[in-house]
Design a protein around this ligand. Structure first.
Ligand code: C2E
Ligand code: MG
Ligand code: MG
Ligand code: MG
Length: 292
């Protein structure tokens, strides 16, 4: 089938017939070509304040719109892009594209929304990240306060002083910083207080456990209280049920993101969502006012 052939060409299948090296090489070439051909696209997943379910922002999540395979999720190509270094040009494209979307949002009256952008560890270490971010901000004229960079624990733990230097340079630009997938790495919040980080994103694994057992609740509660005691905000990822949202609200979690609200949406679908969501009586006023 066409699908199978395309899978083989792209190396999206596991088989002893094809070595991992050959697969990676094929995928590497395909990613390069796709970047040139403009096949990457940002999707947006809404983030709402738990207090009143008001829309406050969205996370930008990359997708590869492949002409034959359709939409390819990031797990399928980000790891190879990381290994090969292609994540650097890809990450630069993500940053520029995110800022252009932010600019567009402000032009259509959604200027109060914040956008979260994922930064990969290689991009953090190798690219001159602060310069790239500064350029993207200047080129698009966006308010840097609306740009939130999502970093991971492992990135922050790697090398103390070098890391701190990059984080400070980013913070000076006026962007905010989040720690993504919190709790899956080896860092402790006590250690993280050294960094100018604004927000902790509670990993989906802990949110899932909220429904399951007492341990899940204890862990989520501990992350939220510690984050707050260090003056950090919390966003819970992967919230799928009302019950999870209610428990997170009880523990004082600030914001949620997940299928309960909406899946990641293509740009046009996202703006349509914003209009629809604002019209929903139970959900609080949208779009947010500038400056809030
Ligand atoms: P992440 O940054 O932790 O993003 C959250 C992931 O959880 C997204 O997967 C999102 O679609 C998924 N998700 C959100 N709500 C729910 C839910 O209620 N239930 C479930 N089951 N899943 C939910 P996605 O879009 O496939 O992205 C996967 C990962 O790929 C991201 O994890 C991030 O680490 C990476 N990624 C995505 N876009 C970019 C990018 O532009 N640059 C870089 N470097 N990495 C990216
Ligand atoms: Mg993220
Ligand atoms: Mg995450
Ligand atoms: Mg994740």
């Amino acid at each position: 089938s066409v699908k199978r052939l395309a899978d083989i060409r792209l190396g999206f299948f596991d088989s002893a017939m094809s070595s991992a090296v050959a697969e990676r090489l094929t995928l590497e070439r395909s990613i390069k070509a796709a970047l040139k051909a403009g096949q990457f696209e940002l999707f947006f997943q809404p983030q709402v304040r738990l207090e009143d379910f008001r829309l406050v922002g969205a996370e930008a999540l990359i997708r590869w719109r492949h002409p034959e395979l359709g939409i390819i999720p990031p797990d399928k190509f980000i790891p190879v892009a990381e290994e090969t270094g292609l994540i650097v040009p890809l990450g630069t494209w993500v940053l520029q594209s995110a800022c252009r979307h932010l600019r567009h949002w402000s032009e259509i009256g959604l200027g109060g929304l914040r956008m979260g952008v994922n930064i990969s560890s290689r991009q953090f270490r190798e690219a001159d990240l602060a310069d790239l971010v500064a350029e993207a901000i200047t080129e698009t004229g966006i308010d840097p306060a609306h740009l939130d960079l999502e970093l991971t624990e492992s990135m922050l733990m790697a090398d103390g002083e070098g890391t701190l230097k990059i984080l400070r340079a980013l913070a000076r630009l006026g962007v905010t910083l989040s720690i993504d997938d919190f709790g899956t790495g080896y860092s402790s919040l006590a250690y993280l207080k050294r960094f100018p980080v604004n927000t902790v994103k509670i990993d989906r694994a802990f949110v899932r456990d909220l429904d399951q057992d007492e341990d899940g609740r204890v862990i989520a509660n501990a992350i939220i209280s510690l984050a707050h005691s260090l003056s950090m905000k919390t966003i819970a990822e992967g919230v799928e049920s009302e019950a999870q949202a209610a428990m997170l609200a009880r523990h004082g979690c600030d914001e949620i993101q997940g299928y309960l609200i909406e899946r990641p949406l293509a740009a046009d679908d996202f703006t349509a969502f914003v209009a629809r969501y604002g019209a929903d009586g139970g959900r609080g006023p949208v779009p947010p006012r500038e400056g809030e």
